[in-house]
Structure formats: C-alpha cells, structure tokens
Design a protein around this ligand. Structure first.
Ligand code: PRP
Ligand code: MG
Length: 182
C-alpha cells in the first residue's frame, strides 16, 4: 500500500459510522478501528507528517483530545516538537486562552504561552473538521502567541457542515488539507 488512492481507501475502511451518537440523528465517525490497525495508523501518521514537512512546519499543535492521539506520532515522525492545545483549566503554567461558540454555549482552549514563539511555523493536527470552530480558535491562539501558521491537517472533513468556508478567513492563505472528505 503506497499510492494515495490505496491510503485513502485503507483509512476510509477503518472509520466506523455510529448512528444516533452522541445525539439522535447524528452519525458519529469513530476512528478507534483505525487506531487499532497498525498499518492504517502508520499510513495516517505518515500522510499527516508529509503534509507538515511539505508546508515547512517547525512545530505540531494537537487539539485535545483526539488531536493528541494523531498529532503526537506525527510530530515524532516529522522530527518536530509537539505542543498540546488543551481544554481550559488543564495546563499548569502561564496560558493564552481562546473562547469560541458552539451550537449551544461556548468552549475555551488554552496553550502554554511559552510553547509558541515568533519564528515558529505551526501545523495544527486534528481528527475531524466539522464546523471549523475548534480549528479557528487554535489559529487565533497560535497567532496571538506570535507564531506563524503553516496550515491545518485533518484526517477528515465533514463537508456538509461548511467548516472549510468558516475557516477560510482565519487560514489567511495557508492550506487546510483533509485526507478524506465525508
Ligand atoms: C471534536 C473533533 C474536533 C472537533 C471538530 O472534538 O475531535 O476536535 O470536535 O468540531 P468543530 O470543527 O465543529 O469545532 P471534541 O472536543 O468534540 O472531542 P474530543 O475531545 O474527543 O476530541
Ligand atoms: Mg477534538
């Protein structure tokens, strides 16, 4: 398995649709079968690392929680440092925080301010781009820390939710690369 089409087919075959989770009418994209398959997890890691290196990233930001699972091996594979962007209240040091709107209510993410500095070029890694709200907030955090954004790399984009259009202004010309669009 080396071609792009082979990788895409392998990844797609290891994502499980779970109907009516977490709410009636929602089809949840479960990546745990992919994580449990070493060939698929390795192919995913290599594809995201290739995107990161090709776009000149110097650091990988992973978005809690599933972005940690993908981002950490990507950072190791690409030979880059890994920076966790956490849900509010989990980081012990001086943080920058960013709020963003959810369908109902709001959420807040944080990063250690000292982890991102001018001169860094940061690739954001996550499993899913849905509405784009989480990724958008992470780009704001990265720029507020003085670092540059190299791009956003995700396993899958839920095309019907319009996250790409929402994220477009915040991308400011850097790429959003999704391995799968579902
Ligand atoms: C999920 C997913 C993405 C985010 C995408 O995270 O892993 O991070 O939602 O949604 P958006 O594009 O609408 O912002 P969630 O925080 O729900 O769960 P997790 O902690 O398991 O990653
Ligand atoms: Mg998440």
């Amino acid at each position: 398995m080396t071609g792009l089409a082979d990788t895409t087919a392998l990844l797609l075959s290891r994502i499980r649709d779970v109907a009516d989770y977490p709410a009636p009418g929602v089809v949840f994209k479960d990546i745990t079968p992919l994580l449990a398959d070493p060939a698929a997890f390795t192919a995913l890691t290599e594809a995201l690392a290739e995107i990161s290196v090709r776009n000149g990233a110097t650091k990988i930001v992973g978005l809690e929680a599933r972005g940690f699972i993908l981002g950490a091996p990507v950072a190791v594979r690409a030979g880059l440092g890994f920076i966790p962007v956490r849900k509010a209240g989990k980081l012990p040091g001086a943080t920058l925080s960013q709020s963003y709107d959810l369908e109902y209510g709001s959420a807040e993410i944080e990063v250690h301010a000292e982890d991102l500095t001018p001169g860094d070029r940061v690739m954001v890694v996550d499993d899913v781009l849905a509405t784009g709200g989480t990724a958008e907030a992470s780009l704001q955090l990265i720029r507020r820390a003085g670092a540059e954004v190299a791009g956003v790399a995700v396993l899958m984009e839920l095309g019907f939710l319009g996250g790409r259009a929402r994220l477009e202004p915040a991308l400011d010309g850097v790429p959003l690369e999704a391995l799968l669009t579902v």
